[in-house]
Write a protein that binds this ligand. Sequence first.
Ligand code: HEM
Length: 163
Amino acid sequence: MLLHVHILGVVLYNVYAAAGEDVTLKPSPPDTKPVRLFTEEDLARYNGQEDDQPIYMAVKGAVFDVTSGKEFYGKGASYNALAGRDSTRAVAKMSLEPADLTHDTTGLTEEELKSLDDIFNDVYKKKYPIVGYTSQRILNKDGSPNRDFKPEDQPHFNIRDEF
Ligand code: HEM
């Protein structure tokens, strides 16, 4: 029966196709999953304190899975403070001061911004998969979409199956 329906479909398609332009074939759904958005609370759950959880941190609003860098970001490791949050400012300034553990780039020097971009591109994007974005980067404070948002051109963009 299934075979017959299938064949009927093929026949009808051919008939319509032969008849002219009016055929609109639905494109197959793209083989992608939705991008995960992380609130600050979501991200904080992946701060390296739980051994069985992945470790995430954000730089410039892109959330990286840094679990493979456990020796840097895991519990008790030197850069653990950067995990579980957007640490853009800390990375730009190479600082672990609590006040710098924020996404806020206000007042950074040209040199710090350049250093941020270099580390973003040459360390984080090269080494770690992006698993989502901070909601703050995509939505404005009032919840409206941030029109300046541009997804990173990420060759190993890899949304994990859990999403
Ligand atoms: C005396 C101070 C420091 C020394 C000697 C040091 C040393 C290092 C070394 C040797 C690496 C490379 C490790 C590897 O690839 O195997 C590294 C990576 C890194 N360091 Fe430092 N560091 C210092 C301070 C800091 C501070 C204050 C920050 C603050 C943000 C920082 C952030 C990073 C980051 C983000 C990486 C890349 C980690 C990764 O690959 O995921 N470092 N550091």
